[in-house]
Design a protein around this ligand. Structure first.
Ligand SMILES: [Zn+2]
Length: 270
């Protein structure tokens, strides 16, 4: 093969690897906001005490047609995407997970920083001890729907409300008195309806500015690079502590945290 052909194959492979993820470029702070960003995850991923419950529903993009870029301006109004300060916020989605959440919490504690955890209601119920620890260690809570329903925003408003409310009740049952300040739509598939319901339930809809696509399990080095390239003052970084094998995320955490600390500081969302 010519080197040109090799390059083409390389690019195709990259597109294939990136194909199932968020619609924005990795680490794309300040670019058109990605939406429809993640494939549906299994509603109830099998849990075990060993790592690597693999998501089963990560469709591969066809080689020949890389996924379309989102149209600019397709996110509904009312989303929060920045910290409002110079500091950059860390957010962890799809937990609590008995394998990965404690390890992420250990890292945050070691670095003396806090994050926002966007938790899935059905998992909250199964891991009250992790929820208690998240709150005890000063992190913030974000509702991430009951079963990680990426299409929730398109359902009738009463259904959306029931889902968000059920999740909030599950959280409050295990960590009474904890504030649930945010809602984050699974897959970033926001609709005006879901934003409105979240607001009505007292939650701000929280999006992000940097998506290193850690859920697609790139090497830790890649995750660090993408965060490094994408962070700007006031940014919000999307990471995952659940929904699959998070070893790469975990391995990237020390450098990701150090990088944010050094450049802007780690901000707590308020
Ligand atoms: Zn999620």
């Amino acid at each position: 093969m010519t080197s040109r052909a090799l390059t083409a194959v390389g690019v195709a492979l990259l597109l294939l690897l990136a194909g199932c993820g968020d619609a924005g470029q990795p680490g794309s702070a300040g670019q058109p906001a990605p939406i429809f960003s993640r494939p549906a995850e299994p509603a109830e991923p099998a849990e075990s005490s060993t790592p690597a419950p693999k998501p089963t529903a990560e469709p591969s993009a066809p080689r020949t047609s890389p996924r379309p870029k989102p149209k600019p301006g397709t996110l509904p109004p009312g989303l929060r995407r920045t910290t409002g300060t110079r500091g950059v916020a860390l957010t962890f989605d799809d937990g609590p997970d008995p394998v990965w959440t404690p390890k992420v919490l250990d890292q945050l504690r070691r670095a003396r920083v806090t994050a926002t955890f966007c938790v899935v209601g059905s998992r909250v119920k199964r891991h009250p001890e992790l929820m208690a620890r998240i709150v005890r260690e000063g992190h913030q809570l974000c509702n991430h729907s009951w079963r990680h329903d990426v299409d929730l925003g398109s359902r009738p408003a009463p259904e959306i409300r029931a889902d968000l409310d059920r999740t909030n009740r599950a959280i409050k049952a295990v960590v009474p008195g904890a504030r649930i300040s945010y809602y984050r739509q699974p897959g970033g598939k926001w609709t005006p309806a879901v934003v409105a319901v979240a607001k009505d339930l007292g939650m701000t809809s929280l999006h992000w500015t940097v998506d290193p696509q850690d859920w697609a399990k790139p090497p830790a080095k890649k995750i660090v690079e993408r965060v490094r390239a994408g962070i700007r003052p006031g940014g919000v970084v999307l990471l995952h502590d659940g929904g699959g094998d998070r070893a790469a995320t975990l391995a990237a955490c020390p450098q990701v945290i150090a990088e944010i600390k050094r450049r802007y500081g780690v901000a707590k969302l308020n």
